[in-house]
Unconditional design. Sequence first.
Length: 280
Amino acid sequence: MKNKEQQTNGLLTKKDIDKAAWSYIFFAQATQNFERMMGLAFCHVMEPILKKIYKDNPEEYKKSLERHMQYYNTEPQLGALIPGITIAMEEARAKGEDVSEELIVNTKNALMGPFAGIGDSMLIGTYSPILLSIAMSLCINDGNPLGPILFCVVWLTTMVGLQWWLFHKGYSMGIGAANLFFNNKTLTDRITTGLTMMGLIVIGGVASTTVKAKVILSYVNGDMTVALQEAIFDKILPNVLPLLLTLAVWWLMDKKKWSPTKIVLTIVVFAAVMVFLGIM
């Protein structure tokens, strides 16, 4: 087994990279602000590394802090690859290799946008809703605490593991690490499409079991009473009303660009009217 103090490639040890990775995992969004977004946190991650590799060059150390205090914003999980790449480039520059300050800054700026787009769509827009749907289905009826516990454990385990692996992969591969995603667009598209389809299936299943919309109106003719819900809706197309309600909410959000607050208020008003009229 390699010693944690073993030099990775000259200036930094594996322990240095591990510490930087943990710093990123815990503090990537700790100083989010409108001026520089994640810039201060990124500099915080880089500072011990920069202090060590530029310990004999105070002026370069100051310049490196300034360039990593600039605006920076990306999806923090998938974006863990970027600080790993940046550390590798800074180390190469400190060793005298042909790595300019502009190349380091431009690489960060070029990568944070694509990684934000891919990460938001794959993790925040697809993976997280899938986990939330499963967790919510476990506790929707009786408040079972297993739901939120399952979500927290699975989300934290997978995301911390992903960040740790990507951070180290970014450092070990340097600028070539970006090719994991951008030079294999077909694989990325397939993963995104697969996760999106899975998410839609899970959310559809959860909607059919958790969205409640029943008609209590009955048709009365003499001694005969026909409950519209049981006699018509449940026999012709069960759960059609929850489906229509779910599709209506999707249409308002996606096509009409309604905010969640506006939709919730509309549903409350609609439900109140239906109850008052004795329809639902």
